[in-house]
Each structure stands twice: as structure tokens, then as C-alpha cells.
Design a protein around this ligand. Structure first.
Ligand code: B1M
Length: 211
């Protein structure tokens, strides 16, 4: 069984795009846990990031990796979805202003909606006033912010300040996540939690709503 997990990871890192979705399907057919397959795909993306950092991959390769990841997730996501939608409350989710990475955010959204949250996904490069608007319109219980780019971390603080200015901060919890987030950053930005992966994100939001 474990062989498929390694193959999925390698196909993502090697940008073997035609192989990713079929391998995910084979892994599912062989009885692999969808969450374990997801972890393998994410590990493959870490490999892509390392090759980009070392100069072996270029920006176009990151784009290709993103495409391959999305194709694999299309096969995987229906198997990750099981729960009853929306019963735990509404969560506003987005990637912060200046950042267009959306694969991790989408995964967090899938996991949250599959475990009972109504997910209001605002997309990527989202300004703080849109977050405030969505929190109000949907009576949201929490906000999830994805941020992968270090130069964009101030966008987190902008959301916190906008929620404070709107008088909503006391009634809402905020979590952040993404490659460049740390506990120290969370403290500095004044948010309530940082999630390392989509599974931990669910644990954090469950803690927020007492589920
Ligand atoms: Co970009 N990129 N990228 N990129 N990219 C990174 C993030 C980078 C680390 C690569 C590197 O140098 N090693 C680096 C950022 C360095 C930094 O600032 N610290 C980088 C850079 C520099 C850039 C550009 C500036 C490159 C350029 O133009 N010169 C540019 C910026 C564009 C912009 O946003 N304005 C850019 C562009 C792109 C693409 C568009 C080509 C593409 C994104 C495609 C897409 O998303 N549709 C891309 C990709 C694919 C990556 C890497 C390789 C992979 C990201 C990914 O999808 N990972 C990435 C390298 C890396 O992260 N190691 C990199 C898989 C995904 C499942 O993981 O998003 O971390 P992740 O999400 C996880 C957790 O973090 C967590 O759960 C998820 C699931 O487990 N999580 C949350 C995420 N959000 C959460 C929110 C929560 C909780 C948990 O809320 C509570």
C-alpha cells in the first residue's frame, strides 16, 4: 500500500503531471486513507519548493506543480467530504491581500466544510474590508487567513485592525496558516491561533466553537 504514497509524492515533486491524478485514483482503489494521500501530495509540494529555492525549478515549474496538485485534488476531494455542512457555524476563509497562493487555503476549506462548517471562501488577494463585510453578512464565528509570502504578513494585521475598527474583534476568533506563519507571527499580529495543516485547522476551529 505505502508504495502508492511514495509514488504520489514523487510524481508531484518530479512534475509528472499526467501521472498525478491516475496515481491518486490507484492509491484510493488500493485502500489508502485519503488523508494519507493528501499528506503525500503536500510532501511532494514541499519538494517542489525546495527545488525552486535551490534554483533547479523556475516560476513556470511552480505553476505546473499547482496545476498537477489541483488535478490530483479533484480526484481526492470527494473522498474527503463526509460531514453535515454548516452546523458548526460560518467561517470566512481567504488568502490575504497581495498573495495568490490558493491550494492550501482550498484544502483547509474542504476539510472545514467536510467537518460541519459553512465555509465562505473569498478567494485570494483579499483586502481587509471584504473580510469585515463577509463576517457581518454571514454572522461568522471565525476567520481563517492563509498567507505564504513573508512580504505579505502585514496583511494579517490589517484584517485584525479592520475587525477591531468595525467592533467585531471581540466576537470573532482568527486563525492563520500557510508556509510562512509561525507562533511568533501569530502573537505579533494579534491572532488567536496558527494551523500547520488542514487537519490542525479543523482542530483549531473546533476549539474556537467548542465542538
Ligand atoms: Co509561490 N512561493 N510564489 N507560487 N509557491 C512559495 C510560497 C515559496 C515558499 C517558494 C520558495 O521560495 N521556496 C515562496 C515564498 C517565500 C516567502 O515569502 N516566504 C514563493 C514565492 C517567492 C512566490 C512568488 C513571489 C514567485 C515570483 O513571482 N518570483 C510568486 C508570488 C505570487 C503572489 O502570491 N503574489 C509565487 C507564485 C506561485 C504560483 C502562482 C506559481 C504557485 C501557486 C499556485 C496556486 O496556489 N494556485 C506557487 C506555488 C505552487 C508555490 C509552492 C511551491 C507550493 C505552495 C503550495 O501550494 N503548497 C510554495 C513552496 C512551499 O510552500 N514550500 C511557494 C501545498 C499546499 C497544500 O500547502 O499552501 O502551505 P500550503 O497549505 C498547507 C498549510 O500551510 C496549511 O494547511 C495547508 C494544507 O495542509 N494552511 C493553513 C495553509 N493555509 C492555511 C490557513 C489556515 C490554516 C492552515 O487558516 C486557519
Amino acid at each position: 500500500m505505502g508504495d502508492y504514497l511514495e509514488k504520489v509524492k514523487r510524481a508531484v515533486t518530479d512534475l509528472d503531471l499526467d501521472a498525478i491524478a491516475p496515481l491518486v485514483r490507484d492509491a484510493l482503489d488500493s485502500g489508502e486513507d485519503p488523508n494519507a494521500i493528501l499528506q503525500s501530495m503536500c510532501a511532494g509540494m514541499v519538494g517542489v519548493g525546495e527545488l525552486f529555492e535551490s534554483g533547479e525549478y523556475f516560476l513556470a515549474d511552480l505553476v505546473l506543480a499547482g496545476e498537477g496538485m489541483k488535478e490530483g485534488l479533484e480526484v481526492l476531494e470527494p473522498r474527503l467530504q463526509a460531514g453535515s455542512m454548516g452546523v458548526k457555524g460560518a467561517v470566512v476563509l481567504c488568502t490575504v491581500k497581495g498573495d495568490v497562493h490558493d491550494i492550501g487555503k482550498n484544502l483547509v476549506g474542504t476539510m472545514l466544510s467536510s467537518t460541519g462548517y459553512e465555509v465562505i471562501d473569498l478567494g485570494t488577494d483579499v483586502p481587509e474590508d471584504k473580510v469585515v463585510e463577509a463576517v457581518r453578512a454571514n454572522n461568522a464565528v471565525a476567520v481563517g487567513l492563509s498567507v505564504l509570502l513573508t512580504p505579505m504578513v502585514e496583511s494579517i494585521g490589517a484584517v485584525v485592525r479592520a475587525l477591531e475598527a468595525a467592533g467585531l474583534r471581540d466576537q470573532i476568533k482568527i486563525a492563520i496558516g500557510g508556509a510562512c506563519t509561525t507562533d511568533e507571527l501569530a502573537r505579533r499580529m494579534g491572532v488567536d491561533a496558527v494551523g500547520r495543516d488542514a487537519v490542525e485547522a479543523v482542530r483549531i476551529f473546533d476549539g474556537f466553537v467548542g465542538a
